[in-house]
Ligand binder design. Sequence first.
Ligand code: XMP
Length: 528
Amino acid sequence: MVESQFSNQRKPSIVIIDFGSQYSELIARRIRETEVYSIVVGYTITPQQLMELSPKGIILSGGPSSVYEDRAPMCDPGIWDLKIPVLGVCYGMQVMVQQLGGLVGAATGKAEYGKAPLEVDDPTALLTNVESGSTMWMSHGDSVQQLPDGFVRLAHTLNTQDAAIASHSRHLYGVQFHPEVVHSQYGMVMIRNFVYNICCCQPNWTTSTFIDEAINNVKEQVGNKRVLLALSGGVDSSTLAFLLKKAIGSQLTCMFIDQGFMRKGEPEFLMEFFDQKFNINVEYINARERFLSKLKGVVDPERKRKIIGEEFIRVFEEESLRLGPFDYLAQGTLYPDVIESSGTNIDPKTGERIAVKIKSHHNVGGLPKDLQFKLVEPLRTLFKDEVRKVGQALGLPDEIVKRHPFPGPGLAIRILGEVSSEKLNCLRDADFIVREEVAKAGLYHEIWQAFAVLLPVRSVGVMGDQRTYAWPIVIRCVSSEDGMTADWSRLPEGLLEKMSNRIVNEVQGVNRVVLDITSKPPGTIEWE
Ligand code: XMP
């Protein structure tokens, strides 16, 4: 794992040592918001490996374990002799305290979860400009019971004596709360204090420096060879196409496989935008009939995903042979995939590192590992929000950069049961109306996803003098931060009315519109 991250051209200014916290990635993102490059590594990293990275600061993340449990994850104690400033967060602070000779124990009856006012005792260094009494986000059962020699208290809360601590002379700091979460009022002030005042980092992680470096790296890697990119129209592959076009121009060939499951107008937009407007060579592969015939009679959602995924690979292989030879395949791998596949996650029970369960159903359209290509992955150091910024800076329009998430198998999984071209046409039109009306109401960017689902049941209705027997459409609109949890959007009645009227009047084969008012959990965002 460390291997692949070490091969990054740019060295990180801050290294986050991960003890399995759900917030480790968030810490990295927060640091990067201060224009300082940071990466997440597993806790087994050695002092030698750290020295090779030569960071200006180290952050020890939180984690689900207790330091006094058997097999609790610990960092190599050699880290304390590196003379690099360290900030321990929650469990990370407890590791620091224990390894340096202090004492950590269960805070009987005093576990602290949620918001707590922080009383500042020492407003210097880490807590410079952090207002006493401000809210910090706590989430811990254990706490420090005795500080190691040379440490002082910087702040306390009602239930936690040592909420922030320091050994000023050694530049070691610890906080029992989570400065990285939005509920911590002065969290970013504290992060900036650490990054700039304590570690003396320079603000050099910006979109434009990233683009310049990435272009140079790609040029160097690829030379005069040909690169193939599977373009989907999503923000990752689109940003990649723009970046590669800048780096290697006509050595890039994009392949757009039209499975027939995209939303209304999308294939046309894609070809017009990339191929014609921006002169990026895109090979349009019309595979609609092929995919549809493979799905004939298939109703099980997992089977549908599998068939679509396999067919995608088959088409890709055939077409890359036809258009090739290519030396390189460009992939829009992002940093969360790199962290996850590097296995820094930890089993809270055993303290062992565990491989993260691959979200297989989200990987449709992914390519097999044994293809005979070398990989170009210039986005592999970026988080999604950073990709959006890069895309925007490279000139991608909002339609792509800010578009709602869309599953790889597309409308095929938003038609429950068997997929047919009649149902696809019907759903495409209904989905268009939902999104158009949401946009007209100025709500598109406030909503995480707005779409339609087609249910394969018919019910009786009446239109004019005619009795109808047709499908219902479900309107699904949700708000969410990351797709992991979601709430249904409370849309204005007038907007719902307009959608409903338009759908039954304009879409053939639909006589009823219903609204999904389920949150996630217990529901999911998609229906499938
Ligand atoms: P669920 O339905 O599990 O979806 O609540 C969570 C988020 O993931 C999106 N999703 C996908 N994204 N490929 C993707 O890139 C997929 O196959 C896929 N399936 C679901 C879904 O739209 C929602 O935002």
